[in-house]
Structures are given as C-alpha cells and as structure tokens.
Ligand binder design. Structure first.
Ligand SMILES: [Zn+2]
Length: 377
C-alpha cells in the first residue's frame, strides 16, 4: 500500500455572507476532492494545539504526527534546516519598513537581489562575531547565532503592523539586549543599500530542533513535495526525501503538472508522499472570494484530478487536509478545526468535502496529532 497526503494550504474557510452563507469549498466545483470524500471517510481535525500560532509550521508538523509541544523551537530554525545551516540558534530576520510604528513587515516586497545586498552588507559590517545573516527570498531572511543563549520572546512583524515597535521589541535575558542592539544598528546600515526596508526585525527564533525521524517512527520510506523552505526544512528534519519540482511559483499558476509528474514517480519509489501547495492560501490572504473559489477549482482539476486519473487507486490511500483555515474575509490564519477526507477506507455517508459536511463524517472531531496513526495504520 502507498500513502499520499495532500495539504492544500489555507483551503478551509468560514461561511461567507454573499455566497449565501456558504463556504468557498461548498461553492467551488471540485468533483475530484468530492470523490475522495464520497468514496472514503471524513472528519474534522484540530491541527493547532492550544497556545500555538496557527501557522503552517505548527499545523503541518501536527498533521505529520509530530508533537509540537515537545519538538517545536521556532520557524527560523526550520527554515535554516532547509538551507542546511548549522547553528546554535536561528531567528527569522525580516527586512521591514518602520518609523516608531511597524509600517511594512515585507519591506516593500524587496527584490531577492536587493535583499541579498542588504544581507551581504550586514555581514560585512559585522556587529557581533557570533552572529551571521543568511539571505532567503525577498524580506524573509535569517539571523544565525553560533552561541547558546536563553531564548527570548519576539513578535511576528505581520502581527504588529501599525503598532508602536517600542512595545514589541525582543524581551527577556541577554539575547534580547543583543537583538535590540542589532535592530538599532541595522537602522544605520540598511539605508546605505536600499530604500525599501530600513531595519531588521528578528522573530520566531530558537535552538535547532531534533525531530523524530519519519522512517523510524512509521517504518515507511517517505518523501515530500512543497513550494516553501518551511516545509523543505521540515522534510529534512524528519528525514523525508525532499523532491524538487521545477517551475513552482507558490501561487495558483504554479506548475501543478510538474508536481503530479514528480508525485507519480515518487509514489513508485516511496511508500509515503506529502504534497503541500501554497496557492490557495496566498489568494486567501488577498481577500478575494471569487479568486479563492477559482483557486480551489484549479487545484481540484490540475492536481487532484490528474493524480486520480493516473495513479493506481487499488494500491493507494489518499488523505486530503488543509493545514489551517485562512478565512478569505479575515485574510489571515485561524486556529480552528479543518475538514479531512481519506480515500481507501470504508465509506461513510459524507458526499462532498467541506467544513460543514465533514462534521458528519465517521471520524468526528479528532486531535490532529492522531491523524497519521489513523492514516498509516
Ligand atoms: Zn498563509
């Protein structure tokens, strides 16, 4: 038996007034996802444990059966694993625009080249010998610490837009002082290189995590396809083979065809494959209801449909589950339960896939950490 886990980021939603109080999933034409729900068994799952931020890091780790209370140390360290960076601690380091308030967490969507210049400059001017900066994509960079410290409390810059930054500087211990000092210092450095961003903003930091290895936990050979470093880092940490696919955009125009081609190939080589795609979440953040419906329909046809067409379904179990809801009217993530469906299990009475229909499913409301036990048993 082979196992395919589909994670359409942010696909779950709320009822939308002008859709007649239906959710985008209820309105979208998605015969292939509905096929999985109709021919299989459904339920809802809580993928974000209490007290955690509803992000893809927390939700995807939970879906994959990793106890975040025990193993999660921060977003920065997981992104660092994607790049093969070895350090004691890592923080996400946004290049931001701020006055005394946070103006733009994304530094005007600074280009990769310009961001790389900024990072090079920060490393050249060097403030502490145990701190390095690593370039990522656009405003998403990393601050790497080669020395042990007690961790500090930080605040994601996208959560404090329009708020006074003085109230949200890093807190606690020696490292907080160092990070605040670096933020101040960066205000002098950045304007020499760019006018998009004018300071750094470290957050989501922690020590490098030690995740349990998927193969040892499940006795299966596993792989992952994703469009983002966060999931790539997770794959490395869990010892899942990361499958590179060309032409991925992280948006609804991504190369679904390429993903399917690599997926079918990987399913021959591996027992378990997770496919995480970003496009539906991105349009949810844009707040465009019609576009979200369209994004679901494209995903259904171009990814799910092609896999159902070409894979050997007698030898395949498929689970589909969004990591977290990204309500399109809210334009951000929420820590609420998500619907899921599993093909290859005895059918229940659910006929379509949605936040509402899946409540009636055989599995009821489950703790997300139990999903892999259920799926891979
Ligand atoms: Zn998102």
């Amino acid at each position: 038996m082979k196992y395919l886990l589909l994670i359409p980021d942010g696909m779950a939603d709320w009822r939308v007034e002008r859709l007649g109080r239906k959710t985008p999933l209820e309105v979208a034409e998605k015969p292939n996802i509905d096929f999985i729900a109709k021919e299989g068994a459904c339920g809802k799952a809580e993928t974000v444990p209490k007290g955690f931020e509803p992000g893809s890091d927390i939700a995807c780790l939970t879906i994959l059966g990793i106890d975040v209370k025990k193993y999660y140390t921060g977003r920065g360290p997981i992104e660092a694993m994607a790049k093969g960076i070895n350090a004691r601690m890592v923080f996400r380091c946004n290049l931001v625009k701020a006055s005394d308030v946070m103006l733009d967490y994304s530094g005007g969507r600074i280009s990769d080249d310009e961001a790389r210049d900024v990072i090079r400059h920060l490393n050249l001017k060097k403030k502490y010998d145990f701190i390095e900066f690593h370039a990522g994509k656009s405003y998403r960079n990393l601050l790497v610490i080669k020395k042990d410290f007690e961790n500090v409390k930080t605040f994601p810059p996208h959560d404090i837009q329009g708020k006074k930054i003085a109230d949200y500087l890093p807190r606690g211990g020696e490292l907080a002082k160092i990070l605040i000092d670096l933020i101040e210092w960066s205000k002098k450095i950045l304007p020499e290189v760019t006018d998009k961003a004018n300071m750094i903003w470290p957050w989501g930091g922690g020590k490098m995590p030690e995740f349990p290895k998927f193969k040892e936990m499940r006795n299966l050979r596993g792989a992952m396809i994703s469009e983002v470093d966060l999931l790539k880092g997770m794959a490395r940490g869990l010892d899942l083979e990361f499958v590179e696919v060309e032409g991925l955009t992280g948006y609804i125009d991504t190369n679904y065809k390429g993903i399917v081609r690599h997926a079918l190939k990987s399913l021959k080589e591996f027992d378990f494959l997770a496919i995480h795609t970003e496009g539906i979440d991105e349009v949810s953040h844009e707040g465009d209801v019609e576009k979200k419906i369209e994004a679901i329909e494209i995903y259904d046809e171009e990814l799910v449909g092609r896999i159902l067409d070409k894979a050997d379904l007698s030898e395949l179990k498929i689970m589909i589950i969004p990591d977290h809801p990204t309500p399109v009217e809210l334009r951000t993530h929420v820590a609420e339960s998500v619907p899921f469906a599993v093909y290859g299990f005895e059918r229940d009475s659910v006929k379509t896939f949605s936040e509402i229909s899946c409540m009636e499913g055989r599995f009821g409301l489950m703790d997300g950490i139990r999903l892999m036990d259920l799926f891979l048993r």
